[in-house]
Design a protein around this ligand. Sequence first.
Ligand SMILES: [Zn+2]
Length: 706
Amino acid sequence: MQPVQAMNPVNSSTLLRVFSHILLPVFVMLATSNCSTSPTKVKATAKPVVAEQQAGNGVDWHPLPNEQANTYLLECKAAYDSAKQQLSQLESAKEFAENLVKADPKPLLHAINQLDITLDTANGKSGLYFNVHPTAEVRQAAELCQTNLTKLLTDYSLSFLLYTRLAAVDTEHLDAVDKRFVVKMLQSFKRGGVALPAAEQKKIRELSDAITQLGMAFSNNMKNDSHKVVVKDKQILAGLPADFIAKLKPNDRGEYELSTDYPIYFPIMQYAKNDQLRKDMYIAFRQRGYPANDQVLKDLLSRRYELAKLLGYENYAQFATDDMMIKTPENAQFFIDKIDQAAKPRANRDYQELLTRLRKIDPKATRVDDWQKTYLDDLVKKDNYQVDSQKVREYFSYGNVEKGIFDLTEHQFGVQIKPWVTDVWHPSVKAFEIWDKGKIIGRFYLDMHPREGKYGHAAKFSVHAGITGVQLPVAALICNFPGANNPAALMQHDEVETYLHEFGHLLHHIFGGQQRWVAQSGTATETDFVEAPSQMLEEWVWDADTLKTFARNAKGEVIPDALIKKLRKSRNFGKGLWTRHQMFYANMALDFYNRDPANIDLTGLMKESQAKYSPFPYVDKTYFYTSFGHLDGYSALYYSYMWSLVIAADMFSEFERDGLRNPNTAQHYREAVLAPGGSKAAADLVSDFLGRPYNFDAFARQLNRH
Ligand SMILES: [Zn+2]
């Protein structure tokens, strides 16, 4: 296979992401991506005159009836006012005049960083509260706060006065980190339209506001969706684990109302024998957000298209890929098709195995349907690989998993995780500190179980970025695992994998959070790289030595070697189908964004992608895209998930060679890839670790492993 770097990788920067946050605000990204990257970095500014116009033009701080919400809103307003004043200073204060900046850029750079800290902190908190606060009025206040902050961010990104001052910096006399900070920020300004005439800038502001609103509407429509499947007879739940059924509470009529929440949906798709129940759940799950989000998404695509045209691009996909490693939509398309072709033979074999298994249930079956896939996959693993996932989950109580992940982190990276005594937003939230060589290096919250009104996926949220000598990095994991009030609750093995994946983002935030500049802190790397460290970390939930440190059943018995062996063997089954399915999503996202969306038929395009990349036919009345948050957060860039998987596989090959639990390799990895955050280009971080440029080989080997 062609090496990945043949795709003409381009160094993009965190600052560009900062700006893309303006255009696709960070919190929205967080709210909608199931494995979030860092939000943070923000830039905002305005010429005083423009700021005044803005003040009369949509910035809204109306008092709220709820006292708690109002107190929070005032706190946000104070941050907003401070940021606005800082921005105004940056644009007009004599101390940042071009001749002084030329002589010594440090005061200007530090003042910009201070503004970034103010905005990052306010944005982090509002993003978190919008998604997790138990009080609905506080969530609304957070939404208002985000809307107002985004307006300021847009002003910042369009500040020609600040841009001119920054352009006066003599980058030749800066060290590599500062130089990157300045160069990337200047690029972001240009990319964001800073040099456009006033009328066009006004339009950019309007579009950015509209995009923010639409992103939040998309997210709200998903969060507040109440699709349910009603089951009248307990018999219909046959096949599901007894502890799952025991937790369900019948309504007054003795029926079971099954929500589409993950802890309900996934076990049903995996275990329920009743084909109709799985089909009903499948349809309900793919009607979340429909029909409202069909229109919201069309509006979002239109605004983004208009924005891209204003900024000089042919369409939004071209704009979005321009500062990624992959560079163009054509390269992304090439990559999608290349991966699809590579996965096809394996996917065909996977499909045949599923069909053969289905024929044991229904001898006349001629095809497998999408709602049967997970169920049959589980049966094949049980029959052909002797892996019974219900037996496997007996070894993964929530409490043991959490401890296991903490222990793994401590072992690999030589750090200690200790409780952090602090206020939390809900009694189930826990807080911790990470210590390294006798010093605290970061803090985090775990909000791990579902509750009403809470973000429904799994993601790392940045509370705020870490800046050396100024503030420690703080992050929060927001997930929806079993185990609320009961650490003995059992998790699926793939939930354990998700936990570790998200924990990987958290470690990246903290290990990479010892930086000079907010714009380079933690996970502020290229969007098409940011998943790689977490994807690589997933490998450890398949490692026998690691599993044996924490996977114990209720009797205290350690997971048997034989079971781990079978689990590992079964892992490769289904990989071909999974990979092609990912390319279906990636192609759909690209298709939505690589055209003029006037009269776009979203369902039609989705069906086309499905027909091309998936052997499972479209199911009537399903609208997967209305709840696919990545269409907002990642826009056209869903391919990036697979792109970073290619890099993750390459990085993992070092651990395979040296031993997965070799702390020297882990430390080297931490120093080369995680610690620099966004202070270097991702391609350089990876080659610093590998001692060579990354390539496609390890991924191809993994895909063909039996
Ligand atoms: Zn992720």
